[in-house]
Design a binder for this molecule. Structure first.
Ligand code: FE2
Length: 533
């Protein structure tokens, strides 16, 4: 086991208890935090109400997560400020007959008693099961899967793509279905929570009208760490979300609503001074870390959080997870859907920032896998949103960063990378198409495929397509499908091709939404662009 604990408390619970029993703790000459709970741990209520999770699949292990919170929505969360030892075990079978590794982790009050264990020493490319125990309580169990060994021949990989789960706008039924898919991992493209005041109504883009919220988070707009924690707790109490976490390891990255709508780097839409906004970002970053199964390398330092990283799945796939929020230049021409201004050609504007861009370029140039995924947030494909003469762009996408986008596409094309597949969220629609080299010429060379995957619940029930979808398709011939229903993507990758199955629900405002396949697409690893599957 690779410990994630500071050396001062990286003792097993058994060692500590043995030491305490013989009054030998001081004699160990190891500074033990006096807040460490030695006595039998008693809880006011069941401490594992927020479920369990795994994430960050590597060939030798993954992260397993839980958080002790017997009263997750109440002040103090039903916990004292003690450090609490939590036992964990990882088994080769779901009945825990063959335990592969186990240990004790410390739940720190500074992290809201969240526990992140970096489990190592496991075999590559196989499922494991894990669970936690604390006091007299045992958590639910979860399933995790290690990545295949580096460079090893891999015949198949299956993963889910999901995100944008607005609690107030719909049920998380899609997560219930995704939990049954037996995937190797789930890529979560962001908007794990939505900040903002919980209101009884919201605006439906499909109906172009205000509609009632089917349920309410019923919490204040979060600004402080405590408020963000309670927003996460409200979401994580949802059992469909818990099932999806327990079913497979997640690879997660934030978009905007983990902090505030359409933020980028130091900028908030309401012009809060950057040094003041920094405080809110730091609170939001900490709460995000606390509630997702991240590695210690993503522990926030103030507002800064390391989220761009790479995952490898043998010789079959590589995935560069990008952070298109933290290092981006402020939206030129303001954000929203509007006509572009001359600033979109400003060569100094960046989406990824210099360091992340160079890291991505190097990774892509050296990539040897069959498929190269760019797992990110906002749409890369150019898209004129309004048919006819008007040229309306989503100014919170890559569209107003024309020079930065051209640099990325030139790099992909210049290195003869023909297997790039972009995975995106943010739009609350399924939008599938080809990333073309010249954003003013839809007939120009195809550089990559892009799957913008719809939301879990944001936008409510929706329908087959919005009023302007047909016009958008005609205006943007490189786009092949637009659909406004809720759901997730199911991606199956083999050495021969990739298939993407876009699963959608007929409703999310009431329980029991029926799942169907809206469309299937294929991608050939030797030819950029999507094909009807
Ligand atoms: Fe969203």
């Amino acid at each position: 086991m690779k410990s994630v604990l500071p050396s001062t408390i990286a003792l097993s619970r058994r060692q500590l208890l043995r030491g305490a029993g013989s009054l030998a703790v001081a004699a160990l000459a190891i500074p033990v935090d006096p807040r460490l709970a030695f006595a039998a741990v008693n809880f006011i209520d069941y401490p594992f109400q927020l479920g369990v999770a795994s994430g960050e699949p590597w060939p030798d292990g993954f992260v397993i997560w839980t958080r002790l919170a017997p009263r997750p929505l109440e002040p103090g969360y039903g916990m004292s400020s003690d450090i609490i030892p939590v036992d964990w075990e990882v088994a080769e079978d779901r009945l825990f007959r063959k335990v592969a590794t186990k240990g004790t982790a410390m739940a720190h009050p500074e992290l809201g008693h969240a526990v992140h264990v970096e489990v190592a020493g496991l075999l590559p490319g196989r499922p494991y099961w894990y669970r936690f125990r604390c006091g007299d309580h045992r958590s639910m169990q979860g399933r995790a899967v290690t990545a295949p060994a580096a460079g090893a021949p891999v015949s198949k990989l299956r993963f889910g793509i999901a995100g944008c789960q607005n609690y107030d706008q719909g049920l998380f039924t899609a997560f219930d279905h995704l939990a049954r898919e037996e995937v190797d991992f789930i890529y979560h493209h962001g908007d794990y929570i939505y900040e903002g005041h919980s209101r009884p109504f919201y605006f439906s883009r499909y109906l172009e009208d205000t509609v009632p919220s089917p349920r309410r988070a019923d919490l204040p707009d979060p600004v402080s760490l405590d408020e963000y924690r309670r927003r996460y707790a409200r979401y994580k109490l949802d059992t469909d979300l818990q099932k999806a976490h327990a079913a497979a390891p997640w690879i997660a990255v934030w978009d905007d609503h983990e902090i505030v709508d359409n933020w980028v780097s130091d900028f908030n839409w309401d012009n809060t001074p950057p040094d003041i906004f920094h405080l809110r970002r730091a609170a939001a970053a900490q709460a995000y870390y606390e509630h997702l199964p991240f590695r210690r390398t993503s522990l926030p330092d103030g507002a800064r959080m390391q989220l761009y990283r790479k995952f490898s799945f043998g010789d079959l796939a590589e995935m560069h997870v990008l952070d298109t929020r933290q290092y981006r230049s402020d939206q030129p021409c303001r954000d929203g859907f509007r006509a572009a201004c001359p600033d979109v050609d400003n060569p100094n504007l960046t989406v990824l920032g210099e360091a992340q861009e160079q890291w991505l370029f190097d990774g892509l140039a050296q990539g040897k896998a069959r498929f190269n995924f760019l797992a990110q947030q906002v749409m890369l494909m150019p898209c004129d949103r309004e048919p006819g003469d008007a040229n309306i762009r989503n100014l919170d996408s890559w569209d107003p960063y024309r020079v930065a986008r051209a640099r990325l596409l030139k790099h992909i094309q210049g290195n003869n990378i023909r297997n790039a597949v972009v995975l995106t969220g943010d739009e609350h629609q399924n939008i599938v198409g080809n990333v073309v080299f010249d954003d003013k010429d839809p007939a120009s060379a195809v550089v990559a495929s892009e799957f913008v995957v719809t939301s879990i619940s944001s936008g409510g029930d929706g329908g087959m397509e919005r009023r302007n979808a047909k016009g958008m398709l005609a205006e943007n011939p490189h786009i092949k499908l637009i659909n406004d229903q809720r759901g997730y993507g199911l991606c199956e990758v083999t050495q021969k091709h990739l298939t993407m199955d876009l699963k959608v629900l007929d409703q999310v405002t009431l329980p029991g939404g029926k799942l169907s396949s809206r469309a299937k697409f294929a991608v050939d690893p030797n030819k950029p662009g999507v094909q009807k599957g």
